[in-house]
Design a protein around this ligand. Structure first.
Ligand code: COA
Length: 318
């Protein structure tokens, strides 16, 4: 069986920057509160006509270029998204059409902020079993469309963007292991419900019990990191880079501490992007690759948690 290796990365952010000061002019908040509680300073917001597929396409084209791969060579398209453009077809089908790919499997993965980790793990299994040779895996979100802009406890957290990787069959080691988890018992901690919105919550908009999500995130990620190291018989020092889901700098710092990693071994984008859900890990990964920090051969740990609750990790040699 061949390995599944990342051949190239890409990302895209909408042009419009919304700062904490901008938000403070519409809801009762402040730059000081947002920075001290979350580490977020600004986020990007999609333009009125800009869709999730638009963002996905820009990131995907960049990843294909970086991989030196033609769209026609892709035989699997997976888009992780919580904000698809249509109920159906899936955003992966919309993206496939934009890229001129006809025939191979294309589907969306809905695991909220853990979506990209789920999608990458699925692509790896297709490749390892010989069902695909080159997979395009994208995380793309327009979270701004499901945020309640009157709810200061959530609207300051989220942003829009997309990141992508091309994963290909290779004799060289690539993805070393993946670990996926979920527990629907926590479905109401972080949700968008159109059925029975919580009291006072807008239908079809994000509601969150922030404190409980925070505690669950730290606990589950702590166990996840231990599980990933144990399965691979690795020591903490073997991991060169942590590419975490970018929800909150305090959660990221807690995981880094658990790994005994200095913050300069962690790719952090939450300050500039906010929480872009399924797009946050591929955006951060691409930023570390493009600025030269993440080098070929480096061992990288990606980890995420999100609505579901879902949580998961991918350990890879870049
Ligand atoms: N600006 C100013 N005050 C705010 C605010 C904002 N944007 N949002 C909430 N507050 C207020 C609350 O109303 C509360 O006021 P009160 O004490 O008068 O009731 C106070 O700040 C403290 O709220 P609390 O929710 O306890 O704050 P916190 O320290 O837990 O921080 C989060 C809130 C959301 C930053 C934090 O809980 C968190 O990061 N949770 C995890 C969220 C997450 O990662 N979600 C995505 C998962 S993928």
């Amino acid at each position: 069986m061949s390995y599944a290796r990342v051949l190239g990365t890409g990302s895209f952010l909408p042009e419009r920057v919304v700062t904490n000061a901008d938000l403070a002019s519409t809801v009762d908040t402040s730059d000081e509160w947002i920075v001290s509680r979350t580490g977020i300073r600004e986020r990007r917001i999609a333009g009125p006509g800009e869709t999730t597929c638009d963002l996905a396409e820009r990131a995907a084209r960049q990843a294909l270029d970086a991989a030196g791969c033609l769209a026609s060579e892709i035989d699997l398209v997976i888009v992780a998204t919580t904000t698809p453009d249509r109920v159906f077809p899936g955003t992966a089908c919309l993206l496939q059409e934009r890229l001129g790919i006809h025939g191979p499997a294309a589907f969306d993965v809905q695991a909220v902020c853990t979506g990209f980790v789920y999608a990458l793990a699925i692509a790896e299994k297709f490749i390892r079993t010989g069902s695909a040779k080159r997979a395009l895996v994208v995380g793309a979100e327009t979270m701004s469309r499901i945020v309640d802009w009157n709810d200061r406890s959530t609207c300051v957290l989220f942003g829009d963007g997309a990141g992508a990787v091309v994963v290909g069959a290779s004799d060289e080691q690539g993805i070393l292991s993946s670990h996926l988890h979920a527990d629907g018992a926590y479905k109401d901690l972080l949700t968008v419900s159109t059925e029975t919105p919580e009291r006072g919550a807008a239908s079809g908009r994000i509601t969150m019990r922030g404190n409980e999500v925070f505690r669950m995130a730290v606990t589950t990620l702590d166990a996840l990191v231990g599980e990933t190291l144990a399965v691979n018989d690795l020591k903490k020092a073997d991991i060169r880079w942590l590419v975490p889901h970018q929800a909150n700098i305090r959660i990221i710092a807690a995981t880094a501490k658990r790994l005994g990693m200095a913050m300069d071994q962690v790719i952090v984008t939450v300050d500039r992007h906010g929480n872009t859900s399924a797009a946050s890990i591929p955006l951060a990964f691409d930023s570390g690759v493009r600025d030269g920090r993440i080098q070929r051969g480096d061992v990288v740990l990606m980890e995420a948690f999100g609505g579901g609750l879902t949580w998961g990790s991918v350990l890879l040699r870049y």
